[in-house]
Design a protein around this ligand. Sequence first.
Ligand SMILES: Cc1cc2nc3c(=O)[nH]c(=O)nc-3n(C[C@H](O)[C@H](O)[C@H](O)COP(=O)(O)O)c2cc1C
Length: 390
Amino acid sequence: MYSISDDVFCIDIKDTKRKLSYASGKESYGTTYNSYLIKSDKNILIDGAPGKFSDEYFSEIKKIISPKEIDYVIFNHTEPDNSGMLLKLLNVNPDIQVISTIAGLKNLKEITNCEFNEYLAKDSAILNFNQFSLQFFTMPNLHWPDTMITYCPKKQLLFSGDFLGAHFISDNNTYCSEYDSLFKEYYLSLMSPYKAFVLSACNKISGLDIKAICPAHGSVLFENYKDALAKYTKWSTPCKQELKQIVILYKSEYGYTKELAIAASEQANECGCDTKILSLDNISENSIGEVIKNTDGIMIGTPTISRNVPPQVWNIIKHIDVPSCLDKEFAVFGSYGWSGEATLIIQSVLKTMKLRVKSDVFRISFCPNLSDIEKMKVYTKKFIEELKDE
Ligand SMILES: Cc1cc2nc3c(=O)[nH]c(=O)nc-3n(C[C@H](O)[C@H](O)[C@H](O)COP(=O)(O)O)c2cc1C
């Protein structure tokens, strides 16, 4: 725990063992769960800590104030790593007011499974106390649908939740030498799928007077916050590509789907696309996600094996990061013997993931003849035209 100003404290719970299921982050650096306490005419907690750290968390708070004296607890984001302690807080202080967005309050009810006094934070709404005020800015889908940011104009502090955080352990807000790379890694794994929302958040807070930004993980940003915002803006601004990027990923046992893949790549080149054709036998599973992220159109070629999809093709599905693929188009093709389920299964999974997938698949029985190759080219051309029409 350390103080940010006379009456604002950061309770930073250190977790050296955090393993993230959604990030390839360097887990060895661990993370902090930052919660902020404003001690004034009203005592306010902003963000929290995981339930399993509740004892440590409350013993830190008790060094400043009794948890019973806290009037409000605000959740900028309700992921259990920042809200798990709420149940215990409600047990000791059932009268506390819990502030979050509509989606946040719903999540908190389902996380605690209990009733509490709720206060709905609406966009730009101001909550006035005698000695200070707080303003809420809702930022839905800046990571989760519940997300918001809380601003304290008097203290010029912006409590940003997961936005502008980093997974590393800072001792009393010192920076480790790897801070810049960890800050970027955090952005890439948590924020980069939501670039449009990141830009709108940067824009929304651009006019505020800020002395420090207080995120839910990593260090509080003082004079370096402008640099951090500039980086988020730069990384999230789309770079204009002259050529459409197409990748054709395929698996082929006897070479029939491969022939279709080659026809597709010839057509894509003819249409002026920057085209890659990759056999799933030759690329590492871990690179699939990156290949897809950097492409506009993804064509998946699959044979049917035992009424199913071969494991190499399932690996594509495993590595699709849906939020970063919402603006991409998918198409599915392949050769089959008699029942041909695989193309339809992949198309249906992509649809279930609410990704944009071509409404028809292209499938042929066994070895493609000249007419099939021509039809594959027509299918590819239509797919690319649909991409270009956007
Ligand atoms: C072990 C095995 C199981 C198969 N099961 C099916 C099947 O259930 N339904 C089907 O339509 N074709 C099935 N096939 C046929 C293949 O889908 C067909 O040979 C296809 O043309 C292979 O294309 P490829 O050369 O691109 O791998 C199977 C083939 C093998 C080797």
